[in-house]
Ligand binder design. Structure first.
Ligand SMILES: [Zn+2]
Ligand SMILES: [Zn+2]
Length: 640
């Protein structure tokens, strides 16, 4: 029996406790309590802190084991995959320097300083070297060493980027991870050995500046992803493939919806007829939904005097995103937001508590200077139109108004088939107003979320400069997340613009202002919709709902009559009367993802009927023209 053997007590998530000798590793503990199944775990948590399975327990602690398929487990697997990739690259290419290799939402990357640029063939080579390293099942070992020792270690290895990173670390002791000949400066934790990486794939190569600064050297970034098992990796890769097919920039071109021309300006969208139609349908939909909920349509100017932007705080807090111009010696700002005109409407007369809430809605086109590097198709642009509204209400009405907006968002998202999550964003560094105003606004939003049992995350410091907000994050058909709707609560601008109402005792009070969008920017929402539906819009949204295809010229007369009848009933119809093979015309219509094809041959002309053929290849029984019109109109009413 060993002398001095102290015991420590660990507490497990189920509340049970176990005793072990001091300096027992998590790995041993897992094996003991799980009957030798410690292999299911990739790491552990000691009093909430993530550690390796090799960690030796020194004190009593709460212990949680991390399974490989948990969110944290997957992240650890990806981080280890990035190290194994870096090791493979260093084995294959001499003189490569490593910089950073973090995980991302869907995978990982590592940035390398390398003379030659990596090609796709290199990726295959790196992947096979990774397989070899996995086959060797090298232990991944953590070492806590004095910072000075780490500096000489990385100096010896000529890893200058690691030396730069070390300069920024204030601690006296740092951790490095070693596997075979490979050493990385890293906090960990990691998989116990390289053999524990089961499923990975390198996905792409790109340039990336060291520390994201374009004044620094351009490094080469290799992206990859890893999963706990090959089945989930396969599923993920299929989803990536599908996402590529649905890319709205690609579909926008093939469906002839919109274009962006460098000659006209980056981030400026030009709508083609079908894209403009899609946008019109969405705008009409929006107007009706707003009118139903007691909003009034308003319209403000694009230019407002700079003095007004100074008063609102935009000049101090938002100037770098704004465009300015000068007319007759007077400076003007091009609006990046629609709030100011709406406040001037409110202020144009005396308001009584009986007039509130006032809900002003505008399809407001705004301009914001986004950096050219972040522009992306319809998703990030410099000119866009928001379905923007400002609700001015009494403090008592605030809760019900916020609830009304949340209900509005929920109704609309159901129509488009989006699932959603909510997040509450709090005060950013750059902001106006007092602590008390922010506190009041934040708790108003929180209260509505909590009273209605809506779950939400908190995004610290992500609010607008004039108030906190609730963001609604959509999940599309491929489970990707998009932020569209927001509700911002603002006690500050009503004060700056001295907005008032007369309460029931005849005294002046301050209204509260909600800034909110439902779809957000129309451009962005359209981009999301295109990808969500893969370009196959439901009938109510489709810019072209039906195309009329003639079999021979003998059918043109009846086909023309059909076209006239459908068009005058406001169906969105195209005709294809070309002297081409029917098979080709059908194929083209299918590529255009038009919901209905109406093939008109001798039989249809003689019987004066339509035989609608659906996008998915299904055909309907022959129907009269009126019946077809009624069918499409019903689908539009049902928003199908
Ligand atoms: Zn690392
Ligand atoms: Zn606003």
């Amino acid at each position: 029996m060993r002398l001095n053997m102290e015991n420590i007590t660990i507490r497990l998530p189920d509340g049970s406790s176990r005793n072990f000798p001091k300096k027992t590793s998590l790995h041993e503990i897992a094996n003991k309590i799980n009957g030798g199944s410690g292999k299911n775990f990739v790491a552990g948590k000691i009093n909430g802190r993530l550690v390796d399975m090799s960690y030796l327990l020194e004190q009593n602690a709460d212990v949680v084991f991390i399974t490989r398929d948990s969110e944290e487990g997957v992240d650890i697997t990806r981080h280890s995959a990035s190290h194994i990739m870096a090791q493979a690259v260093k084995e294959l290419y001499k003189g490569v320097k490593i910089s950073i290799g973090p995980t991302t939402d869907n995978g990982f990357y590592y940035d390398f300083d390398c003379e030659d640029s990596f090609s796709l063939e290199d990726m295959d080579k790196v992947e096979s070297m990774m397989q070899e390293l996995i086959g060797r099942d090298l232990p991944i070992i953590r070492k806590d060493i004095p910072k000075e020792e780490a500096i000489s270690l990385f100096k010896e290895r000529n890893e200058t980027y690691k030396l730069e990173l070390l300069e920024d670390i204030p601690d006296d002791v740092v951790s490095v991870y070693v596997q075979g000949d490979f050493v990385d400066l890293c906090r960990g934790p990691h998989l116990p050995s390289t053999g524990r990486l089961k499923a990975f794939k390198l996905t792409s190569v790109a340039g990336a500046y060291w520390r994201g600064d374009e004044k620094n050297k351009m490094l080469q970034r290799i992206y990859g992803t890893a999963f706990p098992d090959s089945k989930s990796l396969r599923k993920h890769l299929q989803r990536l493939e599908e996402a590529k097919k649905r890319d709205h920039r690609k579909l926008g071109k093939s469906l002839d919806l919109f274009s962006i021309h460098e000659d006209a300006g980056a981030g400026l969208v030009i709508y083609h007829p079908k894209g403009a139609m899609l946008r019109t349908i969405l705008e009409d939909f929006e107007k009706r939904e707003h009118f139903k909920r007691g909003y009034q349509l308003v319209k403000g100017p694009h230019l407002l005097k700079s003095d007004l932007w100074e008063k609102s705080g935009h000049f101090d807090n938002y100037r770098e995103n704004m465009y300015f111009t000068e007319i007759d010696g007077q400076k003007y700002g091009i609006k990046p937001m629609n709030c100011l005109a709406h406040m001037l409407i409110y202020k144009s007369r005396t308001r009584s508590y009986r007039d509130l809430p006032q809900r002003y809605f505008e399809l407001g086109t705004v301009h914001r200077h986004e950096k050219s590097g972040v522009l992306h198709g319809l998703l990030r642009v410099r000119e866009f139109t928001q379905d923007d509204a400002h609700i001015l209400c009494t403090p008592d009405q605030l809760g019900q108004e916020i609830k009304g907006v949340i209900d509005f968002v929920q109704d609309v998202m159901k129509i488009f088939g989006f699932e959603y999550e909510m997040a509450l964003s709090t005060r950013p560094d750059k902001s106006i107003g007092s602590e008390e105003q922010w506190e009041k606004a934040t708790s108003s939003l929180k209260e509505v979320l909590e009273n209605n049992n809506l779950s939400y995350e908190i995004n610290e410091g992500d609010g607008a400069f004039y108030g906190p907000k609730i963001d609604v994050i959509l999940k599309d058909a491929l489970d990707r997340k998009w932020q569209c709707a927001t509700i911002q609560c603002d006690f500050i601008l009503p004060e700056r613009f001295d907005l008032t109402f007369i309460d029931s005792h005849g005294t002046k009070q301050r209204p509260v202002m909600l800034h909110r969008v439902i779809l957000g920017a129309m451009e962005r929402f359209m981009g999301v919709l295109i990808e969500h539906y893969g370009g196959a819009f439901p009938t109510w949204l489709a810019p072209v709902q039906a195309v009329i295809l003639t079999v021979t010229d003998r059918s043109i007369e009846f086909a023309d009559e059909v076209y006239g009848r459908l068009t005058s009933s406001l169906l969105r119809v195209e005709k294809d009367f070309r002297n081409e093979k029917l098979g080709l015309k059908i194929r083209e219509a299918q590529l255009q993802k038009i919901p209905y094809m109406l093939v008109i041959g001798d039989k249809e002309s003689n019987d004066r009927v339509l035989s609608p053929r659906m996008r998915n290849g299904k055909t309907l029984k022959p129907v009269k023209i009126d019946e077809f019109i009624a069918l499409v109109q019903q689908e539009c009413r049902d928003r199908r």
